[in-house]
Design a protein around this ligand. Structure first.
Ligand code: DGY
Length: 321
């Protein structure tokens, strides 16, 4: 029987479905696997179902050669998997696209509004018993409706954010994307594609990141991008922490050029650079983009659809390597 490992706890319904599909190990406690555990798993399992917070040691892929045949990941991003090494060692890789688009886009808008309207600062003031009451100059933020939103990465999630921002908040949309986006897709949100990230940054009151993580995009949002942004503009990141050069981010916050940020992801998470806590004008969420019951169930189902296809000898629908 196919031996299958789920590296972290999944929603109950998804775990129940998983256990009907083979000899499934539901690993417990729900902590990240250590490197020795990964090396052991390389010898013991035919299929491993990892997730986006797993750190897979580089030696795993060669050790898994001939044993592990599928990494069916729970999550859309797969920058935690060395796809070239997987391919070279005969391991197929799948992800879970589509099902978390809405919730991630919802959270991006939530962070944008929270940072613009200073909700974190307000809540902290209130909880500390320091609220003196309404006054015309209290916690003045930045208007969202009608402002310009710059989007970096105009895939599913970028487009869903554009839809919310344009049709819900009357925002103008400019975006940058690696490839040319069909004019009819851009037209749905009245969006304009610009050639460079800096050009988008220069027009945007808010800049929201929706590109994939990985070596190609590491440090993409650097000093030159922060410098190009309008004074007081706000950055939103629900993509991957590595996309932002955090030193450049802190410099832009410290100089006051960057008006604030709404962040869901961090380089080296869950460790948090202590500098994040020094800035009151940033709203910090612990990687919650897809964290709703409906979406986490759907992610499990999508990962298992890939597994089922593979078990049936068919091409998994979301194969990325
Ligand atoms: C993903 O799936 O890539 C998100 O970061 C977590 O849901």
């Amino acid at each position: 029987m196919t031996r299958i490992l789920l590296t972290r706890a999944w929603p109950d319904a998804a775990e129940a479905r998983a256990t009907s599909l083979g000899d499934v190990t539901l690993r417990w406690p729900d902590t990240p696997m250590t490197a020795p555990e990964w090396m052991e798993a390389a010898r013991d399992f035919d299929v491993i179902m990892p997730t986006v917070s797993d750190t897979i040691p580089p030696g795993f892929y060669e050790a898994a050669h001939g044993k592990v045949k599928l990494l069916a990941s729970y999550g859309v991003g797969y920058n935690h998997i060395a796809t070239d090494a997987a391919k070279a060692n005969g391991i197929a890789v799948t992800n879970t696209p589509g099902v978390l688009t809405d919730c991630t886009a919802d959270l991006a808008m939530g962070l944008l509004i929270a940072a613009a309207r200073r909700l974190g600062e307000g809540e902290r003031e209130l909880r500390a018993g320091n609220w003196d009451g309404w006054r015309p100059t209290h916690l003045i933020g930045k208007k969202v409706s009608g402002a310009t939103l710059g989007i970096i990465g105009f895939g599913r999630i970028g487009q869903a954010v554009a839809h919310r921002a344009h049709h819900g908040f009357g925002m103008r949309i400019v975006f940058q994307n690696r490839s040319r986006i069909a004019p009819e897709i851009a037209a749905r949100t009245g969006a304009r594609q610009l050639d460079t990230i800096r050009a988008v940054a220069a027009e945007a009151d808010f800049l929201s990141l929706h590109c994939p993580g990985g070596t190609e995009t590491a440090g993409l949002i650097d000093t030159t991008v922060f410098d190009a942004m309008k004074p007081g503009a706000i950055l939103v990141n629900t993509a991957r922490g590595d996309v932002v050069d955090e030193d450049a981010l802190f410099a832009a916050l410290e100089s006051g050029h960057l008006g604030g940020a709404g962040l869901d992801v961090y380089r080296g998470e869950p460790a948090l650079d202590p500098r994040f806590l020094r800035h009151d004008n940033i709203v910090l969420a612990p990687h919650l983009g897809s964290a709703t019951q409906a979406t986490r169930n759907a992610m499990g189902d999508r990962a298992l659809d890939n597994l089922e296809a593979w078990l049936a000898g068919a091409e998994p629908p979301d194969r990325v390597a």
